[in-house]
Design a protein around this ligand. Structure first.
Ligand SMILES: [Zn+2]
Length: 73
């Protein structure tokens, strides 16, 4: 790949430019464990958010149905 700063050519496996030394960003994929940890974090965040949402919906529905029953009976 070509350096985005000095435009010098660098082999794809190097992390820093051979000419100017800046960090080369772009084509490199994150490692397996990095992606695994990121995916786990996403899963936990979604899980917790859904749990809280379900809790609030359940409490809300319980409150409504409870008060309706209270007024109907
Ligand atoms: Zn460079």
């Amino acid at each position: 790949m070509y350096c985005q700063q000095c435009n010098a050519y660098n082999p794809s496996h190097v992390a820093h430019c051979r000419n100017c030394g800046i960090y080369l960003v772009g084509t490199k994929y994150a490692g397996f464990w990095r992606r695994f940890v990121a995916g786990s974090f996403d899963l936990v965040i979604v899980y917790v958010a859904c749990g809280f949402l379900a809790l609030f919906i359940g409490a809300f529905l319980g409150l409504i149905s409870g008060s309706i029953l209270y007024y109907v009976m």
